[in-house]
Design a protein around this ligand. Sequence first.
Ligand SMILES: [Zn+2]
Length: 475
Amino acid sequence: MITFLSVNAMMTHIPRIHTALFLTVLWGLLLSAWAAVPAAAQTGNLDFTLHKLESGMEGNTLLVVGGIQGDEPGGFNAASLLVSHYRITRGNVWVVPNLNFISIIHSTRGIYGDLNRKFSALQESDPEYQVIEDIKSIILDPEVDIVLNLHDGSGFYRPVHIDNMHCPQRWGQSVIVDQEHLNFPHQFAELGTIARHVAGRVNLHLYDDHHAYYFKNTHTSDGDVEMEKTLTFFAIQNGKPAFGLEASKTFPTPLRAYYILHLLEAYMDYMGIEYERNFPLTAEGVQDAINSNVALAFFDNRIFLDLADIRERLGYIPLPRGSEIRFSATNPLLTVLDAGDGYSVYYGNELLSNLHPEYFDYDFSISGVTLDVDGQEGFTHFGEMVAVADSFTVQPMEGYRVNVIGFTQQGVSNESGIAITRGEIQQRFSVDREGWVFRVEVYKDDRFCGMILVDYLGRSSPGDPNLGRTVSMGR
Ligand SMILES: [Zn+2]
């Protein structure tokens, strides 16, 4: 798998959560079902992230903002794919894929109201005051040349009324400007011209004629008080060319993200930003990309979980006693939230799994084990997933004990030195729902050393878990 983003993906954490407010607002919800609702005081792991995809080659800089509203997954998945599946080779793309992360987790427009109506005047007491301050300063960064705000909108915008779903009141499938021209001198001041150009570009790639994109001018400064409060209007008031991009909520998420990505590529092309993408830009290709390379690592890969097809609940996860939880994710929409008696793993709008820990002291004396896999011997680092066709054997090491989760043999407590086939492991202990991926854990006395995964379906590690985000959370 491609791990190129580690070279040029820089990430900045923007601290933002007001702990006390979090506690107040979420406590009532918490009392209902812990699995469905993230716990209070998740400082850090719901901060939005800024990913600077910088080519090192001089050129323009595009700022892409996804997830301003939490129930618009087409936009935030498209933004996230820029981070995880693209490489910028000329110019720069800055991506905030998860601006309203708490609302993304709750799959709601805005848990503290509409974040895209807070850009004109906002009380300092507003729980999102700091988020707005932080994103405003990124928008105003002198390096940023164009700002794009991604949305999923209802129906299909049409300049004239056709029917209830295709009419001027709808937002889906439109490229939006607040006014025809920017009121400042700028290489990209002709907002209307640019918007019509990119709409024309994506219209070359429609799955159906009625998916066509249209240009929409909200004429915001003519007295549209709602639009005056938005991110794009804030940007153009401050001399930054800005556009709203909408995909239709009528479509499934991958098709929405497909159209948004075509728009993003049209902007990059227009701005002379060059890029590589490691999946085919089709609706199916986008769907596969969203579901690929989704993994989580704890404590520098001592624990690694491939999240593709992960079980709803995993038990006995060996976490360190009395320590904060530190995790890395392959994808900026992945996060882990404290759920009181365990941890919830979220991927955008989806709750993937609940992890139930068992607490151990950790031992750092070794970094992996020697494995015999189908007759081939080699060293495997903790955090790797190993493809097994028939059987594997962990080579015995003096003083270390191996526990293959779901495997038991009468009278044996150390499972090293035993060739283990899939049929000998109880399937209900697998990491995945289908019963192919299993945990192999190594201990020194009572201390946990690390874990590897064996996959009898023959897949190996999906990627570098450090590309997306790394977060420490206190307990
Ligand atoms: Zn929206």
